[in-house]
Each structure stands twice: as C-alpha cells, then as structure tokens.
Design a protein around this ligand. Structure first.
Ligand SMILES: O=C(O)CCC(=O)C(=O)O
Length: 211
C-alpha cells in the first residue's frame, strides 16, 4: 500500500498515542495470495522439524533464517518505509514469525511486551502483523492495552496485574490483508481459537537503538 505524507502523519499520530495502528486493506489481493502460499509452504516444511515444537506449537520464529523470500521481505519489504516512519529511525530486521491459531487451539499468548532486558529503555522496536484470515475475538485476534507503550512493565509473561477487561483493552479485529503495526513496548496478547475459522498471520519484527 502506497501512503502519502498526510496519511503517514495521521497514522504516526495514532501510533504514538495508542501504541498501535490498524491499516485496513494493507495488502493487495496478489500480495495476500503470495504471502499465504509462501507462509503455508515454509510452515508445513518447518513444522515437521521437532526442534520447533514448544509450548506455542503453532508459532514459528525466524522464518527469515530458513527461507530467502522471507529474508528479503524482512530486509527490503514494502513495509519498511512505514515502519521507519513510525519508529522515527532506520529499522533493523530481527525476525519473521508465523502465528497460526488453528481451530480448537486453546493456547493463546499471555500479556507481554516485545522488548526485554536491562537495556530495553534504550531500544525501540515495532512489529507489522499481517492477517491472512479474518481475525476476530472468537478466533484469537491480537489485543492491546492502549497507551501501555508509555509505561515500563516487568519482564514476565504474563505481565502481572494486566487487566484484559480494562476499558483500554482493544481487540484488533482484522480482515484478510489488513495489518496492524505495534510498538514493541505495548502490552499485547491473544486468546485461543474457539471459532470454526482459522487464524493465521505473519509478522515482521524490527528494532533499533534510540537516537
Ligand atoms: O499472533 C499472536 O497471537 C501473538 C503475536 C505477538 O505476540 C506479536 O506479534 O508480538
């Protein structure tokens, strides 16, 4: 999606205030088809490898290490200018992830932030999460605690004391091809898939030192 200066400034304002911003119809039909095909192929290849199996058995990190198309997208994908604009610096690609939440998968991801460690105050980070399917509350869409990127939280999952029913909790319900970009400091989570519909997504994560 091409964005003019005014649109970029509008989304930056929302991103700075809320810690995330939803981009409707971000991918074209062709881009969505390609992403779905590539991600399904890599995921089915990597899922056969027992080393990838952990608590989040439908999540695969570092697709960029195992597939050159994802490495190219991480380093030079069309989303880099918008990520750089929102972060206010040159983003450094860290990881591409596959976040599947198949029908009946009860395992959501508890409230967390994406920046950890003693130097987290010196770092910036951002993720673009591209929805392959319709993501809803029923199938485990991403949820955010609006404005929480302005606070510092403990490096624990789940973060203690987060109220998922707070009036600041926002459900990022997306259509296929929509995207959400979030600040790595925002508290976010997702629930299990209690629906009859799949919920697949690919994310690209970037970080940088504050400048
Ligand atoms: O897709 C999900 O369920 C969680 C994604 C997430 O935590 C992230 O992109 O940082």
């Amino acid at each position: 999606m091409e964005m003019d200066k005014q649109s970029l400034n509008e989304i930056k304002k929302r991103y700075d205030e809320d810690g995330f911003v939803i981009l409707k119809n971000y991918l074209s039909h062709d881009q969505l088809t390609t992403l779905k095909e590539k991600a399904s192929e890599v995921a089915s290849r990597l899922m056969k490898d027992v080393d990838f199996k952990d608590k989040y058995h439908h999540v695969l990190k570092s697709l960029n290490r195992y597939d050159s198309w994802f490495k190219d997208q991480l380093d030079e994908g069309p989303h880099i200018p918008v990520i750089g604009h929102l972060m206010g610096c040159d983003p450094v690609g860290a990881s591409v992830a596959w976040f599947d939440r198949p029908i009946g998968d009860q395992v959501g991801i508890e409230p967390h932030t994406d920046l950890f460690g003693p130097d987290k105050r010196e770092k910036l980070g951002a993720t673009i999460w591209l929805s392959i399917d319709r993501a809803t509350r029923a199938n485990g869409c991403l949820s955010y605690l609006r404005g929480s990127h302005k606070k510092i939280y403990q490096d624990k999952i789940p973060i203690p004391g987060v109220d998922k029913n707070s009036s600041e909790a926002v459900f990022a319900e997306l259509e296929p091809g929509d995207a959400v970009i979030h600040d790595a400091r925002i508290v976010h989570w997702s629930e299990g898939n209690l629906s009859e519909f799949p919920r697949r997504a690919v994310s690209y994560f970037y970080f940088s030192k504050k400048i």
